[in-house]
Design a protein around this ligand. Structure first.
Ligand code: 1PR
Length: 528
C-alpha cells in the first residue's frame, strides 16, 4: 500500500493509474496523521508553488511532512513535490517551502522555449535503487518553468541539460524526488515507480551508461479527431482539409481508446484527442470524451491532451458552465493539457478590439489555476492570397507557393467551428496574443495541408515560431518520415503531429522514429 499526498490542485489520476497498473493499492492523505502513518509516501505536485504551500499549510500538512522526511522514511516527490522540499521559490517570493533541503527554486533563464516541455535525458550523479534496470540513456517527460538549485551538491541524484545544466532529481537517504513525471514517462517511468514501490532499500546502482549531455527530444504526437458518426457511435475520424465525410458518411477509422493504446505501444510521445464537434452545446456530464479520457489514462502513460468545446457555454437544458469548469472536468478525467480552438480566436478578437484583456478569459482562468503548460491553443488557419502586402491589416508573408492568380503573398486566416467560419485575425497575431494571455503551447494546424500528405506548411510554422517563445506543435500534411525530418530541420518546431498516416497504417510511428534516429534527438522505446 502506498500513500498519496493529493492537495487537490490538479490531476493525480495518472499517478494513481500508474501505481495501480503496477499492482499496488493507493491510500489518500485526508488528515495530517495519515502522513506519519504512511509506509511509503508519494507527493505529486501540479500547479504553482505558492498555491501549493498555502494549501499544505492550511491543511496542517507541513509539520507532519517535515517529521516524515527527517525520519528518513520512503518518499518520492514528483515535479512540484520536488520543489516543495526546498526553502523557497522565485515563483512565489516570500512563500516558505518545507525546507527539508537547503537551497531554492529558480526560473529557467535560457534562450529556449519555457516551459521546458517534453522528453529529456538524465545524467546520474550518484547510485540509487531507483536506477535499477535502467540503461542510463532513457528519456523522461518534463514539464516545468522552474528548477531546483540545492546548496548541498551531495543530494544531487541527476542533472539534465536545457540551455543550462539543472538538477533533475535529488536523493537524501530514502527521500528522493524527481523533476520529471515518471507516471507520464512510458515504460521507463513505470520502472522508476516500481523500484520505489517494491525495492526502495535494494542496493543502489549506477546505470551502465551516463550521457555526457542530454537533449530534449523532438516529440511525435498522434492526433485522434473524435466525433459521433451517423449511427451515434463515437469514432476516430479524419478529414481532407477538414471534410470528414466520404460518400456522405463520417469516415470511421477506429475506436478512440483502442487507437490511443496502440499509438502508446508504438512509441507516440504524446496523444491528442480533439472532439471536433465540441462547438455543439452538450451538457457537460454527457461529454463523451470524459469516458474516453478515463479509460485511456488507465493504461496509457504518456501525456494526454484534450481539445474541443473548452469555453463558457449554456447547454440545451439552460445550465451554464465556465471554461474553467469544463477544463477541470477534463483534468479530473485524466487530461494533462487542454486545447482551446474557437474560443481562443474570439478571445483574441476581443483583446484586439478593446486593447486589453479582461483577466476572465478561458486562457487566463485555466492557466492561472493549472499553469500555462496545461493550456494549448489549437489554431485552424487557412491561406488567404494577396497580390501585395500593402494595405493588408494582417501579418503577411512572402510565399514560395504562389496562389491561384499567381499571388506571391498570403496571410493565414484563423477559423472557428472546425474551419466552418473565417475570422478577421491572422495566425501569427493570434499566437502572440495567446502567449501573452498565458497559453503554454501552440498546436498549429493548417487547413490547406490537412489530410493532403504533402508535408507541413513550413512557411506558416516559421512565421508563428518567430512570434512566440512557447513551444509549437507542427500539424497537418505529414505524408512520410522525410516530412518530419524536414519540419525539425527547417523550422524550430518542438514537436510534430500527424493523424491520417498513422490511422491508415501507411507510416507507423516506429518507422518515423527509426528514420529520425541519429538525425534529430528522439525518444526511443526501451528494448523488450
Ligand atoms: O474549436 O475549441 O471546439 O476545438 C475543436 C478542435 O477540433 C480544434 O482543435 C480543431 O482543430 C479540431 N477540428 C474541428 N474540426 C475538425 C475537422 O477536421 N473537421 N480537426 C478538426 C482538425 C486536427 C488536425 C489534424 C492534423 C493532422 N484536425 O490536428 O489531426 O491536420 O492531420 P493529417 O496528419 O492527416 O494531415 P474548439
Amino acid at each position: 500500500m502506498v500513500t498519496l499526498l493529493d492537495y487537490g490542485a490538479g490531476n493525480v489520476r495518472s499517478v494513481v493509474n500508474a501505481v495501480k497498473s503496477l499492482g499496488h493499492t493507493v491510500r489518500f492523505v485526508s488528515r495530517p496523521e495519515d502522513i506519519l502513518s504512511a509506509e511509503r509516501l508519494i507527493f505529486p505536485g501540479v500547479g504553482a508553488f505558492g498555491e501549493m504551500m498555502l494549501v499544505l499549510r492550511r491543511k496542517g500538512y507541513v509539520e507532519p511532512l517535515r517529521r516524515y522526511l527527517e525520519a528518513d522514511r520512503p518518499f518520492l516527490g514528483i515535479c512540484l513535490g520536488l520543489q516543495a522540499l526546498f526553502e523557497g521559490s522565485e515563483e512565489a517570493p516570500g512563500e516558505e517551502g518545507i525546507g527539508f533541503l537547503k537551497g531554492s527554486v529558480r526560473r529557467f533563464r535560457v534562450d529556449l522555449a519555457v516551459p521546458h516541455i517534453g522528453w529529456n535525458g538524465i545524467k546520474p550523479r550518484n547510485p540509487s535503487a531507483l536506477f535499477r534496470g535502467l540503461e542510463g540513456d532513457e528519456k523522461f517527460y518534463f514539464v516545468h518553468s522552474y528548477h531546483v538549485d540545492p546548496e548541498d551538491p551531495s543530494v544531487v541524484l541527476t542533472a539534465t541539460d536545457y540551455g543550462v545544466e539543472f538538477v533533475s532529481a535529488v536523493q537524501k537517504g530514502r527521500v528522493a524526488a524527481v523533476q520529471f513525471h515518471p507516471e507520464k514517462s512510458g515504460p521507463t517511468g513505470l520502472r522508476i515507480l516500481r523500484n520505489f514501490l517494491e525495492a526502495p532499500d535494494a542496493p543502489a546502482v549506477l546505470p551502465p551508461r551516463t550521457p555526457s549531455r542530454t537533449e530534449l527530444a523532438k516529440r511525435i504526437i498522434a492526433c485522434l479527431d473524435v466525433r459521433a458518426n451517423d449511427q451515434g457511435d463515437l469514432v476516430v475520424t479524419k478529414g481532407d482539409q477538414y471534410d470528414v465525410r466520404e460518400k456522405g458518411a463520417v469516415r470511421n477509422l477506429g475506436k478512440p481508446v483502442d487507437l490511443a493504446r496502440r499509438y502508446y505501444q508504438e512509441g507516440a510521445d504524446e496523444i491528442t484527442f480533439l472532439n471536433i464537434t465540441g462547438f455543439r452545446d452538450f451538457p457537460l456530464k454527457d461529454m463523451p470524451m470524459l469516458e474516453v479520457l478515463r479509460r485511456t489514462s488507465e493504461n496509457v502513460f504518456v501525456p494526454l491532451t484534450i481539445g474541443g468545446g473548452i469555453r463558457d457555454y449554456v447547454d440545451q437544458d439552460g445550465t451554464a458552465y465556465s471554461a474553467l469548469e469544463v477544463a477541470s472536468e477534463y483534468f479530473r478525467s485524466g487530461a494533462d493539457k487542454i486545447s482551446i480552438g474557437s474560443d481562443a480566436v474570439l478571445i483574441v478578437e476581443e483583446v484586439l478590439r478593446s486593447g486589453k484583456s479582461t483577466g476572465g478569459s478561458a486562457i487566463e482562468t485555466i492557466s492561472r489555476v493549472y499553469g500555462s503548460q496545461a493550456v494549448v491553443i489549437s489554431i485552424d488557419p487557412r491561406r488567404v492570397y494577396v497580390p501585395s502586402p500593402h494595405g493588408v491589416p494582417h501579418r503577411v508573408i512572402e510565399t514560395a507557393f504562389a496562389g491561384p492568380g499567381g499571388e506571391r503573398y498570403c496571410w493565414y486566416q484563423c477559423t472557428i467551428k472546425g474551419g466552418r467560419e473565417g475570422r478577421p485575425v491572422d495566425a501569427v497575431t493570434l499566437a502572440r496574443v495567446c502567449e501573452e494571455l498565458g497559453a503554454g503551447e501552440m498546436l498549429l494546424n493548417c487547413i490547406d495541408r490537412d489530410g493532403t500528405n504533402l508535408g507541413f506548411d513550413l512557411e506558416l510554422i516559421n512565421a508563428v515560431k518567430e512570434a512566440v517563445t512557447i513551444p509549437v506543435i507542427a500539424s497537418s500534411g505529414a505524408g512520410c518520415p522525410e516530412h518530419f525530418l524536414e519540419v525539425f530541420t527547417r523550422t524550430r518546431a518542438e514537436s510534430a503531429l500527424a493523424a491520417g498516416i498513422f490511422h491508415r497504417n501507411e507510416v507507423p510511428i516506429g518507422a518515423v522514429k527509426a528514420f529520425l534516429d541519429g538525425k534529430v534527438p528522439i525518444r526511443r522505446l526501451p528494448g523488450p
